[in-house]
Design a protein around this ligand. Structure first.
Ligand SMILES: [Zn+2]
Length: 333
C-alpha cells in the first residue's frame, strides 16, 4: 500500500488565492498592478539580495565570421560571479545601430548550443546583434560536479545544486537568471552598435522561461518570443514535479500563474509557441495553455493590442519550430 500526498497538494493549489492575479480593468490599473507584482517577484526570487558590482566587461576574443563578428565576452554580475557570453555583431554593426535579440539557452547545454544550433547565426546575418549568455549553472558556469568536456557533461547543468544552495537565503535560480540578464542589458545598451529601443528576447524551454520572466520584469525588452514554456503551473509543475529545480519559486502558486506573467508583458508584443504533444504541458495538453493565454489576452485587450499577442501552435512535442517567428521579429523589432 502507498499513502501519497500529491492529490492533497493538487487540491491545495485549487484552494489558494493568487494574491497578484491580473484583474485590472483599465490601463492605469494594469500599470499599477504590474509595478506591485514586480516588487513582489523581486522579493520572492531573492533578487533584492543580489549585489550590484562594476561589470568590468571585457571582450576576450573577436573572430570574423561570414556576415558577422563573433565576440566572446566576460563580465561580472555580482562580486566574483562571472557571466560569459557571445555577442554576435552584424558586419554593418560598425556603421549603424542594430536591433538586438537576447537569446537565453534552455537545458541540455549552454550558450554554445543555443548559438550554434538555433537561430542566432541566421539573425546575425540578417542584421541583428545577438547575445547568447550562459545561465548560472550551465555551460562555462557549471559547478564542479558537472564540469567536463565530454558531450554528456556539456549537456548537464548545476541548476538543482545551485537552487539547493540558495533556497535557504530565500533566493532561487530564476531570480539570478533575470538579475544576470538585466546586468547584461545595462552593459550592452551603452554600446554604439546597439539600438536600445529595439531589443527582443527569444528562447525555447528553459530559454523560454528566462524570456517570460525577463520580459515581465524589465520594460527594456520590447518584444518576447517564448516556446515550450507557456503553460499553467498546476498541471505542469505541481502534477508533474519532475521538471528542473530552476522552475520552482517559493510562494509562487500563491502569487500568480503563467497567464498573469504574460499580462505583465502586455501590451508589448509576445509570441508564444506551443506543441500539441509537449509533455511538459501536462496531462491535458493544450487545455493547460489556452486558459493562460486568455488571462494574458485580457491585458492586451485593455490597450486594444490583442494583435500583439501571437499564439503559434504546432503538431509536435517539446520542440522549437519558429513558424512565423522571423516575420514577428522583422515587424516588431
Ligand atoms: Zn534548470
Amino acid at each position: 500500500m502507498y499513502y501519497t500526498c500529491k492529490k492533497y497538494y493538487e487540491r491545495k493549489f485549487d484552494s489558494v488565492k493568487r494574491e497578484y492575479a491580473f484583474l485590472a480593468e483599465t490601463q492605469k490599473e494594469h500599470q499599477l498592478w504590474r509595478e506591485e507584482a514586480r516588487k513582489r517577484l523581486v522579493v520572492l526570487t531573492g533578487m533584492d539580495q543580489c549585489v550590484r558590482v562594476e561589470a568590468q566587461a571585457e571582450c576576450k576574443q573577436r573572430t570574423q565570421m561570414e556576415g558577422y563578428v563573433e565576440e566572446y565576452w566576460l563580465m561580472q554580475t555580482e562580486p566574483g560571479v562571472v557571466l560569459p557570453f557571445y555577442f554576435l555583431k552584424p558586419d554593418k554593426g560598425d556603421q549603424q545601430r542594430c536591433p538586438v535579440v537576447l537569446n537565453p539557452h534552455g537545458h541540455g547545454g549552454g550558450k554554445e548550443r543555443v548559438y550554434r544550433e538555433w537561430f542566432a547565426v541566421e539573425l546575425a546575418r540578417k542584421g541583428y546583434c545577438v547575445v547568447c549568455p550562459d545561465e548560472r549553472g550551465s555551460g562555462e558556469r557549471r559547478e564542479q560536479w558537472q564540469q567536463g568536456d565530454e558531450e554528456e557533461k556539456r549537456r548537464m547543468n548545476s541548476h538543482r545544486e545551485i537552487q539547493q544552495m540558495i533556497l535557504g537565503f530565500g533566493q532561487c535560480m530564476i531570480g539570478l537568471a533575470v538579475w544576470d540578464m538585466m546586468r547584461l542589458l545595462d552593459e550592452i545598451t551603452g554600446w554604439d552598435c546597439v539600438d536600445k529601443d529595439r531589443i527582443a528576447c527569444a528562447g525555447m524551454s528553459g530559454g523560454g522561461q528566462q524570456t517570460v520572466w525577463l520580459a515581465a520584469m524589465d520594460d527594456r525588452i520590447k518584444a518576447a518570443i517564448t516556446s515550450g514554456y507557456f503553460y499553467g503551473f498546476k498541471d505542469s509543475l505541481v502534477s508533474l514535479p519532475g521538471n528542473c529545480a530552476c522552475n520552482f519559486v517559493p510562494n509562487m502558486w500563491r502569487t500568480m500563474d503563467m497567464g498573469d506573467m504574460g499580462a505583465m508583458i502586455a501590451p508589448r508584443p509576445l509570441f508564444v509557441e506551443s506543441g500539441e504533444k509537449d509533455h511538459l504541458e501536462g496531462a491535458r495538453g493544450l487545455k493547460n495553455v489556452y486558459p493562460q493565454m486568455e488571462i494574458a489576452r485580457k491585458a492586451y485587450a485593455l490597450y486594444g493590442a490583442e494583435e500583439n499577442l501571437y499564439h503559434s501552435v504546432h503538431d509536435g512535442g517539446h520542440e522549437w519550430r519558429g513558424e512565423g517567428m522571423m516575420e514577428f521579429l522583422d515587424k516588431i523589432v
